[in-house]
Design a protein around this ligand. Structure first.
Ligand code: NAP
Length: 277
């Protein structure tokens, strides 16, 4: 398909230089035979600057924006006050994808479905699974509802600050009728024990290279760390116990593919792309 001028996309963050999104989306565009511009957009770390950047981008004809640390919650607020939100963004309280819909700014969150799609592509069974998510920050909030929609039967949220895990479980309970199908539970990270099908590390501990304070009696068949691109003690720990493990690069690709589909209407064939990791 030919175009007169490339569609324009950005990823807004602080810091932003490390973002892999431009390369990932250019690969998608190549496959879709679209010409796009996709730039990293640095933004000062305050809500007013973020809103200025978003307004200038869309007023200038921009088609879609990804939002990353630390602006996902600010983007949620912006859409909640002045625009529209997808159900996934509402439940997550965070937005990673922006576009215009009927002249209004629209926010979605593709992180969770990106994770679910990666788990399914790995062949990890979600239907009826007993799942624990470690962490109760933005990433954990983003994946809880899509995992429930994918058919898991038990969900436990374990967090260092147990009050945040409790708050997330309470928010899930009020957010969507589908939550009625399961009753999520919560606990402190170091209290989590027993056998799970899948344990997902959604804490940011991987950034430090440290290990989480987990009980020896905690076991799983599959362990997933949302971090990628470095040695991850969480994955080594469960791999040594016999679990199948995966880092989170496929989730990154998956959420990007869903953003690309929202913006361009084109589905990416992820199998045809070279996995960078
Ligand atoms: P966040 O909102 O800052 O939440 C951080 C979470 O990690 C909190 O639950 C926090 O617990 C916990 N934590 C931090 N340090 C800890 C420690 N030393 N011990 C135990 N728990 C600790 O961050 P986020 O946005 O949820 O992101 C979490 C991770 O997911 C990051 O590494 C991020 O890069 C990754 N991520 C990956 C993808 C992907 O596409 N692969 C997408 C989104 C996020 P407290 O509540 O007690 O502070």
């Amino acid at each position: 398909m030919s175009q007169s001028s490339p569609q324009h996309f950005i990823v807004i963050g602080n810091p932003i230089a490390h973002s892999k999104s431009p390369e990932i989306h250019q690969q998608f565009a190549k496959q879709a035979q679209l010409q796009i511009r996709y730039n990293r957009q640095y933004c000062p770390d305050d809500a007013a600057s973020f809103i200025d950047v978003v307004e200038a981008f869309f007023n200038g004809g921009g088609v879609g924006a990804n939002v990353t640390v630390p602006f996902k919650q600010v983007a949620y607020q912006l859409c909640a006050e002045r625009g529209q939100l997808s159900t996934h963004a509402q439940v997550a309280g965070a937005v990673n994808t922006l576009m215009l819909k009927e002249g209004k700014i629209y926010g979605d969150n593709t992180d969770g479905q990106g994770l679910v799609n990666h788990l399914l592509s790995l062949g990890w069974p979600l239907q009826g699974a007993k799942v624990a998510i470690l962490g109760a920050g933005g990433a954990s909030r983003g994946v809880a509802l899509p995992l429930i929609e994918a058919g898991i039967k038990q969900l436990t949220i374990a967090n260092r600050t147990v009050e945040k895990a409790q708050a997330l479980v309470q928010q899930l309970g009020t957010a969507s009728p589908i939550i009625d199908s399961i009753q999520p539970t919560y606990c402190a990270l170091e209290q989590l024990e027993g056998d799970f099908d899948i344990i997902i590390n959604a804490t940011s501990i991987g950034l430090s290279g440290d290990m989480l304070p987990l009980k020896d009696s905690l076991n799983c068949h599959y362990a997933y760390d949302m971090m990628y691109g470095r040695e991850l003690p969480f994955l080594t720990h469960f791999s040594d116990k016999g679990a199948e493990v995966s880092p989170g690069y496929g989730m990154l690709i998956g959420q990007a593919a869903l953003s690309f589909k929202l913006w361009t209407g084109t589905s990416v064939d992820l199998n045809a792309l070279n996995e960078a990791q």
